[in-house]
Design a protein. Structure first.
Length: 51
C-alpha cells in the first residue's frame, strides 16, 4: 500500500487518516509533503504523520 493516497477530491490520506482504508480511487504518493505539493490537502481535523 502507498504511504499516502490522494483521493479524486484532492484529499491526502496517510495511514493515520480515518479515510485511508476506504479510499479506493486514488493517486499514490510516498509522503504527505509530495501529496500536498501536487495540489492535495490533509483531511480536516487530521494531523498527518511525519515520515
Amino acid at each position: 500500500m502507498p504511504a499516502v493516497k490522494k483521493s479524486k477530491n484532492n484529499i491526502c490520506h496517510d495511514e493515520t487518516s480515518a479515510g485511508y482504508k476506504s479510499t479506493k480511487n486514488f493517486t499514490p504518493f510516498a509522503s504527505m509533503e509530495e501529496c500536498v505539493k501536487s495540489g492535495g490537502r490533509a483531511p480536516k481535523g487530521n494531523t498527518p504523520a511525519k515520515k
